[in-house]
Design a protein around this ligand. Structure first.
Ligand code: CP
Ligand code: NVA
Length: 310
C-alpha cells in the first residue's frame, strides 16, 4: 500500500549524524543475526522494485539477497525492458510502481532522475548510484571502517583517484561522522566544489578535517584508510584512454602504500580495473578489506530497507 509519509535514501547529506549512526548500529545487528542463521522476516511480504539504467553486480545481488533474507522479494527492472526505455516518464513510472511495490531502488545516469522518482513515488526511493553520488556504498564504507578500526576518531582516510560520484558520497559520510579525509586527484578531476564546501561545514561541526591535494605520495603518508575507485566511471568509456594518461601517477601500488600506516586498510568499491587504479598485489594483499567491504553492502542496505520500509 502507498504510504502517507515516506523517507527516501538519496544522499548521505540528507541524514543527521545520529541517523547515520543508527543505520550502522542496525546493520551490525543484522549482520550478526545473519551470520548466526537468525535473519528475522522484518519485511515479510514486501517487495522492492529495482530500476537499473546501468550495469551492476554488487548493488543488484546485495539488494535482491537482502530482501529475500528479510522475508521480502525484489524485482529487477532493467530500464531497457520497462517502458522508461521507450519514453514513459520517470514521474509516471514512479506513480505506477508505487501501486505495486513497497520501495524502489534505482541506478541512473542523471541524478535528477532519482530525485524525480522520489518526488513522484509514494513509496521510499533508494539511490543505487547516479553520476553524482553513491550513498549506499559510502554508508557501507564507513561501516567497514568502523568494523576494522573500531572508532572514527583520529583516522586519516585518504582517497586517491577521480573526483567522482564515489568521492562525493565519501566526503559527506566522512565529514558527517568526524573522519578526517584527504582527497587526492589530478588538477582537472577534482570533486564538485559545492559538495566540498558543504562537507567542510559538517567537518567543522564534527572537529574533523578535509583537504584536497594533487600529490599522492604526500597524501598517503600515515594513512589509516586508503581508498580508490575506477578512473573512468560508467558513462565515461569514451574518455578511458585520456584518463589512463591523466591518472598514471595515481595508481595504488606496493610502493605507494608503503607510506601509509603499517596497519592501514585498503578499500575499493569495485568493480576494480586491476593494473589501472590499483595493482593486484595490493588488491589481494594483507591490508585489503575490499571483499569484506563488498559483503557489507548487503548488511548495510538491509538496515536501510528496514528503516525505510518496515
Ligand atoms: N560498488 C558497486 O556499486 O558495484 P556494482 O556496480 O557492481 O553494483
Ligand atoms: N565510480 C564508479 C562506481 C561504480 C560502483 C562508476 O560510477 O562507474
Amino acid at each position: 500500500m502507498p504510504q502517507k509519509t515516506k523517507k527516501d535514501f538519496i544522499a548521505i547529506s540528507d541524514f543527521s549524524k545520529k541517523e547515520l549512526l543508527s543505520f550502522l548500529e542496525l546493520a551490525k545487528k543484522l549482520k550478526k543475526a545473519h551470520r548466526k542463521g537468525k535473519d528475522k522476516p522484518l519485511l515479510r511480504g514486501k517487495s522492492l522494485g529495482m530500476i537499473f539504467q546501468k550495469s551492476s553486480t554488487r548493488t543488484r545481488v546485495s539488494f535482491e539477497s537482502g530482501m529475500i533474507q528479510l522475508g521480502g522479494h525484489a524485482l529487477f527492472l532493467s530500464s531497457n525492458d520497462i517502458q522508461i526505455g521507450r519514453g514513459e516518464t520517470i514521474a509516471d513510472t514512479a506513480r505506477v510502481l508505487s501501486r505495486y511495490v513497497d520501495g524502489i531502488m534505482a541506478r541512473t545516469y542523471k541524478h535528477q532522475d532519482v530525485l524525480d522518482l522520489a518526488k513522484y513515488a509514494t513509496v521510499p526511493v533508494i539511490n543505487g548510484l547516479t553520476d553524482f553520488n553513491h550513498p549506499c556504498q559510502a554508508l557501507t564504507d564507513v561501516f567497514t571502517v568502523l568494523e576494522k578500526k573500531t572508532s572514527f576518531r583520529k583516522l586519516k582516510f585518504v582517497y586517491i583517484g577521480d573526483g567522482n560520484n564515489m568521492v562525493h558520497s565519501l566526503l559527506s559520510a566522512c565529514s558527517k561522522l568526524g573522519i578526517n579525509i584527504v582527497v587526492c586527484t589530478p588538477p582537472n578531476y577534482k570533486p564538485s566544489n559545492e559538495v566540498v564546501e558543504e562537507a567542510k561545514k559538517y567537518a567543522q561541526k564534527n572537529n574533523s578535517s578535509i583537504s584536497l591535494v594533487e600529490e599522492p605520495w604526500g597524501a598517503i603518508k600515515d594513512a589509516d584508510v586508503v581508498y580508490t575507485d575506477t578512473w573512468a566511471s560508467m558513462g565515461q568509456e569514451a574518455e578511458h584512454e585520456k584518463r589512463l594518461v591523466a591518472f598514471r601517477n595515481y595508481q595504488i601500488d606496493k610502493d605507494l602504500v608503503k607510506h601509509a600506516k603499517k596497519d592501514h586498510i585498503v578499500m575499493h568499491c569495485l568493480p576494480a580495473h586491476r593494473g589501472e587504479e590499483i595493482t593486484s598485489d595490493v588488491l589481494d594483499g594483507p591490508n585489503s578489506v575490499i571483499f569484506d567491504q563488498a559483503e557489507n553492502r548487503m548488511h548495510v542496505q538491509k538496515a536501510i530497507l528496514v528503516k525505510l520500509m518496515s
